[in-house]
Design a protein around this ligand. Sequence first.
Ligand SMILES: C[S@@+](CC[C@H](N)C(=O)[O-])C[C@H]1O[C@@H](n2cnc3c(N)ncnc32)[C@H](O)[C@@H]1O
Length: 234
Amino acid sequence: MSARSRSSSPEFDPLAFDQDFTPLPEYKAPTDTALDFGGLLPEPLKLHEDLKTGCGGQLWPAGMTLAKHMLRYHGDKLQKARILEIGAGGGLVGLAVAKGCSFETPMYITDQLEMEELMAYNTTLNGLNDKVKSMILNWGEPLPEEIVALKPDTILAADCVYFEPAFPLLLQTLKDLLALEPSATVYFCFKKRRRADMQFLKAARKTFKITELEDQDRPVFSREGLFLYAFTRK
Ligand SMILES: C[S@@+](CC[C@H](N)C(=O)[O-])C[C@H]1O[C@@H](n2cnc3c(N)ncnc32)[C@H](O)[C@@H]1O
């Protein structure tokens, strides 16, 4: 498969992964969840979780960590931001930011076709249609026109490092985004599950400036194998 071609996320099958893999979250039946991120949201975010179309249909640990980080440290700093989430799944991070932070320009939450319905459903569930647009953005493919026009300067990416064949595609999209808006920051959180995940970071370090983000929860999430960084242009 060429680095520019589309790659689906893997089947949600823990047995499909290597032995040195920390298990994925347990496969669970569709459910509705309400999250206030430890009191960071005055009114809980409602999320429908459903794995029928892909693994992004449930909450992932890096998404929870990044959502909390954005709410705690960026609540009042995004007024002029142009926000894009990639690999949004059901919209956990973007919708939490939309609920808890104020910003003027509607944000985009994006994923593959399989997740489009769930992103849109969760956006409506929270009454956020004025602040959030959901759309398809396949890593490794040319950026959609709307995104090129938006020139996002605040990019959210949580738990996007989990499927090795997609690493070059993800890197390409991040490169394209930072070329489009050289002052952009990518808020990037992932959980190390396999040794290969660190290869992604190694490749990313060659291309971007990578800085650890300060966060009061770092001692806790570090113990759980979670990494939280800002990627900026070198
Ligand atoms: C592990 S889930 C994380 C979902 C969400 N960010 C969270 O933290 O809960 C990874 C997401 O990346 C998406 N993804 C995987 N490969 C992709 C690709 N080639 N292009 C766009 N999205 C992709 C999947 O569909 C999935 O929703």
